[in-house]
Design a protein around this ligand. Structure first.
Ligand SMILES: *[C@@H]1O[C@H](CO)[C@@H](O)[C@H](O)[C@H]1NC(C)=O
Ligand SMILES: *[C@@H]1O[C@H](CO)[C@@H](O)[C@H](O)[C@H]1NC(C)=O
Ligand SMILES: *[C@@H]1O[C@H](CO)[C@@H](O)[C@H](O)[C@H]1NC(C)=O
Length: 464
């Protein structure tokens, strides 16, 4: 299967080429008469001069001039990983053969140029992921400012390798210089509606790296279940997970996901969505959710987080203090989407509060009241926040560095115009809801979306 390669943006959808990702790369490669790179680099020049690579003698090494060396475990790990991708079982076969042939190309030198290679750091929204790669006689050189660009270049190098008719790995003379078009290239996984075992999450991160995606948006909790194990409030997962032991993410699980992602240049942005989408939170925390009324008495069911109790905010302050230390990324996603007002409307205490505050019957004002206080709580942890578009639509006062995520398909272009026009950074997810099942070759539809196709000034679409 071939994924279409004509477009340059790195902002692509992972689902379109699952077969290519998980299938045997070299089997598929045989069917192609040209080397396929995914996504296609910004500048790419190849020639028909082919070099042979022998698993027995080829090496990935630190360039002499590089500011990173063998103590950079992130790169050492990546060198091993990519060598395995490229040679895998062949290495063992060749070893068992009596005479290994000589490589035309003996090494790939990885040259990190900036004073701080960022070996122990985390990628961020401002990370420079650019790299250049030159494959020529005797050696290949991959040059990048830091480890993050090097990871992207190693991926590209591995995709250039193909198998010839004799089962030998080859790579052509090539010159590439590349950088992503968008700073945020994310995949959202929802581990609340369906609990995702750790190995599924790790496999997704692996697939993301192969497609140069760099943000794992972990929609970790929601109405159906609360699998995140909190040290401050263990009852949240004890009572809110599908199962308190088998269907939870322990602190060490979460650490593992974050480190596995870091090794691949992927940020982990956790989403703790409130005040809606919180049914599972109510199982463990008494009085957190609003009691709904049927007529003049409580109906026994619960709605969004109760925005009129101080205890709700005290709880959020403690929870987000923990979350801000567990997840190293500079951003936390606070949700804020799809708040259902019917329960708030039914509750007499809420009605009284609405009157006191002068909100009339405009429940979006109550929602904003809640979100505003939550934002202040999270800002105090020194984290930035991402929110779904409703928070912006309702006129909540947002910090300048807030990222607004546009997810509704209706009026998408106008929303992008409004959000960026107000000076906010935006993430667009509306066109790529892969859970909408359709048949046939629907990937083309996802592929053809142009995120910047909305009215705005140059700066509105190019601030990152
Ligand atoms: C790579 O080299 C081979 C052998 O000369 C040639 O057939 C092929 O077209 C080249 N591929 C690219 C993408 O340049
Ligand atoms: C809630 O907090 C506010 C401000 O901190 C305070 O004025 C108010 O008395 C508190 N309400 C209750 C019921 O404790
Ligand atoms: C964009 O802003 C205009 C002007 O405030 C408003 O009328 C319009 O409804 C907004 N569009 C969307 C999709 O929210």
């Amino acid at each position: 299967m071939l994924c279409l390669l004509k477009f340059t943006p790195l902002f692509l959808v992972v689902a379109v080429c699952h077969g290519w990702l998980f299938g045997d790369l070299f089997e598929k490669q045989k069917e192609l008469d040209e080397i396929s790179l995914w996504p296609l680099p910004q500048k790419y020049q190849s020639s028909a001069v082919a070099f042979k690579l022998s698993a027995a003698s080829f090496q990935i090494v630190h360039a002499k001039q590089s500011t990173a060396g063998p103590s950079c475990s992130l790169l050492e790990n990546a060198f091993r990983r990519y060598f395995e991708y490229m040679f895998g079982e062949l290495k063992r076969q060749e070893k068992s053969r009596k005479k290994a042939f000589d490589s035309d190309l003996s090494e790939l030198q990885v040259w990190i140029t900036s004073a701080d290679p960022e070996c122990d750091g985390y990628p961020s929204l401002r990370t420079d992921e650019s790299y250049s790669l030159s494959v020529d006689e005797t050696s290949a050189v991959l040059k990048a400012a830091n480890v993050w660009g090097a990871l992207r270049g190693l991926e590209t190098f591995s995709q250039l390798v193909y198998e010839d008719d004799y089962g030998v790995r080859n790579i052509n003379k090539t010159d590439i210089s590349d950088f992503p078009r968008f700073a945020h290239r994310g995949i959202l996984l929802d581990s609340s509606r369906h609990f995702l075992p750790l190995k599924v999450i790790l496999a997704n991160l692996e697939a993301m790296a192969m497609n140069k995606f760099n943000v794992f948006h972990w929609h970790i909790v929601d109405d159906p279940s609360f699998p995140f194990m909190s040290r401050t409030f263990p009852e949240l997962s004890q009572k809110g997970a599908y199962h308190p032991f088998t269907h939870v993410y322990t602190p060490s699980d979460v650490k593992m996901v974050i480190e596995f992602a870091r090794m691949r240049g992927i940020r982990v942005v956790a989403e703790f969505d409130t005040p809606g989408h919180t049914q599972s939170w109510g199982n463990g925390i008494k009085d957190l959710l609003t009691p709904c009324y049927s007529g003049s008495s409580p109906s026994g069911s619960f709605g969004p987080v109760n925005p009129i109790l101080n205890s709700s905010y005290e709880f959020m302050a403690q929870l987000f203090k923990e979350i801000s230390t567990v997840f190293p990324d500079a951003y936390i996603h606070l949700g804020g989407d799809e708040v259902d007002f019917s329960c708030w409307k039914s509750n007499p205490d809420i009605q009284k509060f609405m009157n006191q505050q002068g909100f009339g019957t405009d429940y979006s004002k109550l929602e904003s009241f809640y979100i505003q206080r939550l934002l202040d709580i999270v800002a105090a942890t020194k984290k930035g926040y991402m929110v779904w578009q409703e928070v912006f639509d309702n006129g909540v006062k947002l910090k300048d560095d807030t990222v607004v995520e546009v997810w509704k398909g209706n009026d998408m272009k106008e929303e992008l115009q409004n959000v960026t026009g107000a000076g906010f950074t935006t993430i667009l997810s509306a066109p790529w809801y892969l859970d909408y099942i359709s048949y046939g070759q629907d990937w083309q539809r996802y592929y053809k979306v142009e995120p910047l196709d909305f009215t705005g000034q140059f700066l509105q679409s190019n601030s990152f």
